[in-house]
Design a protein around this ligand. Structure first.
Ligand SMILES: [Zn+2]
Length: 124
């Protein structure tokens, strides 16, 4: 892939990563023990009247934040993986066959790991 296209996809990935990370920051925080990992976090609210109510509310909120966070955190990892591939010079190559990934597919999903043929077999 030529430099111009590479920087085009890199820009798209970096922009998406910023959006994704700001979404993640709403419901969680970066896990200090695991770089690149996110965990759900409940912000302090004083709406509950009793301590038991507050615990129940926090648990519920934690659960719902986790449900929101998980797919978004997975997406952030995919984007980071793609950025690493750019850095190592393997971006745009199918991880199953090593063939070039169709550009239309990369336009639709710049973090795609595989070509269209191998898309159904892989996780991407
Ligand atoms: Zn392939």
């Amino acid at each position: 892939m030529d430099e111009k296209k590479l920087s085009h996809f890199k820009k798209k990935l970096e922009e998406e990563l910023r959006t994704v990370e700001s979404d993640l920051a709403d419901v969680g925080r970066k896990n200090p023990d695991a770089p690149g990992e996110w965990e759900a976090q409940v912000k302090d609210t004083d709406t509950a009247s009793t301590e038991a109510d507050e615990k129940a509310d926090k648990f519920e909120e934690y659960e719902s934040n986790s449900a929101i966070l998980e797919p978004v955190a997975a997406r952030a990892k995919e984007i980071q993986h793609a950025l690493e591939k750019i850095a190592s010079g393997t971006y745009g190559l199918c991880e199953v066959s090593g063939e070039r990934i169709e550009e239309a597919r990369l336009e639709a999903n710049p973090a795609a790991r595989t070509c269209e043929k191998h898309m159904r077999q892989g996780k991407s």
